[in-house]
Every structure is written in C-alpha cells, then in structure tokens.
Design a protein around this ligand. Structure first.
Ligand code: FAD
Length: 343
C-alpha cells in the first residue's frame, strides 16, 4: 500500500503587487530602500503589476514623496510618536496588518540588522517563507508569477535560487549595494495612503531608553569613498597609511578577506562575497589581487583605482585607473598630493 502525499492547492490570485519596506532612521532613509524600489520597479513591470512602498516612523511624511520619486506607485505611511524608534513588535504588527489588507504577492526588505529582524518576525507569524540575504531577484511571468530569489549557498560555493511556490506573499531580504536605484524623478506622481497603528505605547513591552552610537563602526554601505587594502599591505601597521588617505579624501577604510582573516583589521571592514557589497563613487583597491570573491562586492563602484606591484594582477581588469608599483611609495605620495590640493 502506498501513501500519496497531498499538496494542498491554494488560490493566491487575490495577491498582487510588489511591496518594499522603506527603512529609515531619524527620518533618513537607508539607501538600500531606494535600491530595492529600483529593483521592485523592474519586477513589478515584468509582472504588469503595481509597486508599493511602506514607511513607518516618527516624522516620515517627506519620505512618501521620496518613495514616489524613486519608483513607487503607492506609498503607505504610518506616523506616530511611539513608532519613532524601531521596535520589533509594533513594526511587525503593522506590517502584518498591511499585508493582510493589501495582499502583496512579493515583499522585500533590506538585509540590514532592522530588515532582517522585521522580516524574520513577520515570517514567523505568516504562513509563508523568507529568503534571507539575496543578491539576485527576478520573477517568472504569468501564470506562476514566482519570485526567483538567489543567494550564495553551501559556504558561498554556489548560488541557490529559492522559490516559495505554495504560499503568499513571497518574502526576501536583499543585500545593500547590489541593486541600482532609479534616477530620482520628482515629476512622478503616486498615491499616498495612511495606515493607523492599533498599538499604543502601553502595549509595547520594549522601551527605548537611549541610543549610544558606536564610534568605532564603519558604514561601508553608505560611504562615497572607500580606501581598501589587502594582503599586499603586509601587516596591520600599513592600514595607518590607508586611514590617512581615507581621511584626506573624506572616506572610510575597507579590506579584503585576506587582511581580515590575518587579524589586521575588523570584519566590519570586509568587502566581498562574505563581507559588504558596496557602491561608492570612488574605490581604491590597494595591494588586493582581485579575486572574484572580492570583486563581486566592489565592481559596482563608479570609479575604481587599483594600486598593485604586479601588472598582471586581475584587479586591473576591473579598475578604471591602474597604478603599477609599490604601495608603500605610492599611497603616502597620493595622500600628500590630496592634502596639498585641498590647502
Ligand atoms: P592576495 O590575493 O594575496 O593579493 C595580494 C596582492 O597584493 C597581490 O596582487 C600582490 O601583487 C599585491 N602586493 C603585494 N605587495 C605589494 C606592494 N608592496 N605594493 C602593491 N601591491 C602589492 N575575499 C574578499 O576579499 N572578500 C570576501 O568577502 C571573500 N569571501 C570569500 C568567500 C569564500 C567562500 C572564499 C573561498 C574566499 C573568499 N574570499 C574573499 C577570499 C578570496 O578568494 C581571496 O583569497 C582574497 O580576496 C585575497 O585577498 P588579497 O587580494 O588581499 O590577497
């Protein structure tokens, strides 16, 4: 006797549209929100459906206009004093309320600390899945309308494309810096709708007493100039040279995994497949050979300048400008020149 496994077929035809969670802090949107709206627009157009955005916070009305300018057809905003700081419970409840009312077929979040927390909290309550930390997002057109959410898997050795065939909405978090925001278009028009929070301060157990900024943290994802160093630096002390150049250029210091694994600099500086994906205006790759696991994290930079003593180093295939020579001579000279021109 064989037992047949029954897969229940649901009718998800009432679920339409792509919804992007616009993450903000103190009224400033994270760039990943606009990058996701850009990709959301591409997916929505392919599905011939609408693109929605949701903004939750204290004073965030201005972000509704921004979301429309970056591609949204409709923006839901929920503004209340108790929503000023992110807390899992009120934000996840609001998102679930919105998902229940609007029935989007796809919901996307930035794979930031907040985005991961929020998406995870929602996924545990809704009967659907969540693909975390995606680096590619595509859709299959009608009739399946499936989200093709891809991410590195098996210790980053291969790419896995994950489907959510049985349930809706299809949810994913996506890495910052991977997708391109649309050029801002202030002429675009869109609908703005208000969402009422059903929770008051008394219903929220977690209280925010204070915020203490981590002065040592580096924000690679939002940096416009990154001065990155690799094994060619030969040790931790040489990162001081990179810090000086970064300081002169108003940038931050990045690193290859070889430098991080050697303990010369913290993991929060790592660029690449297992580090951050960055999209600065200017990226210096100094003493970095250009392994694919590094270049996937920085090849979207607007301008790449490589400094390497080996003229055959693969990094020169990605660089817009290459300097062949010893970094210990070139970097201090470059820093001096930048400082001199600023005087
Ligand atoms: P090397 O490849 O050793 O290159 C050093 C370069 O410095 C050389 O090109 C050399 O010519 C140059 N050099 C030496 N001395 C000087 C000098 N005095 N002046 C100028 N140039 C000099 N790597 C990442 O960076 N990010 C990741 O996220 C990442 N994830 C990975 C995930 C997996 C699963 C795996 C397997 C690997 C990953 N790697 C990652 C590692 C990656 O494969 C490379 O090993 C690493 O990027 C090499 O770092 P590097 O370029 O600093 O070192």
């Amino acid at each position: 006797m064989t037992d047949a496994v029954q897969v229940q077929e649901y009718d998800w035809s009432g679920y339409r549209g792509v919804l992007i969670y616009v993450e903000q802090r103190e009224g400033r949107a994270k760039p990943v929100s606009w990058q996701l709206l850009g990709q959301g627009r591409r997916l929505a157009d392919k599905l011939h459906t609408h693109l929605m955005a949701v903004v939750i916070g204290g004073q965030i009305e201005h972000l509704a206009k921004d979301a429309v300018a970056y591609g949204a057809d409709r923006v839901y905003i929920c503004e209340a004093p108790e929503l000023r700081d992110y807390r899992t419970r009120p934000y996840s409840r609001l998102m679930m309320q919105l998902i229940e009312e609007v029935k989007p077929e796809i919901v996307l979040f930035g794979a930031t600390a907040t985005g991961r927390d929020l998406a995870g909290a929602i996924a545990t309550h809704l009967p659907t899945g969540l693909t975390a930390d995606t680096t590619e997002l595509d859709v299959e057109p009608d009739p399946s309308r499936l989200l093709l959410a891809s991410r590195p898997a098996f210790s980053e050795k291969m790419m896995a494309t994950i489907l959510c065939k049985q349930y809706r909405p299809q949810m994913a978090t996506a890495r910052a810096g991977v997708f391109e925001a649309l050029p801002r278009d202030n002429q675009r028009s869109g609908e703005v709708l208000r969402l009422e929070s059903r929770m008051g301060e008394d219903d929220i157990a977690a209280k925010v007493l204070d915020f203490v900024r981590d002065q040592t943290s580096v924000n690679l994802e939002e940096a416009e100039v990154i001065v990155a160093g690799g094994r060619g630096l030969g040790g931790p002390d040489a990162f001081r040279l990179l810090e000086e150049l970064a300081e002169a250029m108003g940038g931050v210091v990045g690193a290859s995994r070889a430098a991080v694994d050697a303990g010369w600099i913290g993991h929060e500086h790592q660029v690449g497949q297992t580090g951050y994906t960055v999209r600065p205006k200017l990226y210096f790759a100094i003493g970095i050979s250009g392994a694919v696991q590094h270049t996937v994290g920085m090849s979207n930079a607007e301008l790449i300048i490589a400094i390497n003593k080996d003229k055959e180093a693969p990094i020169f295939q990605f660089a817009h400008y290459g300097i062949v020579g010893d970094l210990f001579q070139i970097v201090p000279a470059l820093t001096e020149e930048v400082k001199r021109r600023k005087l």
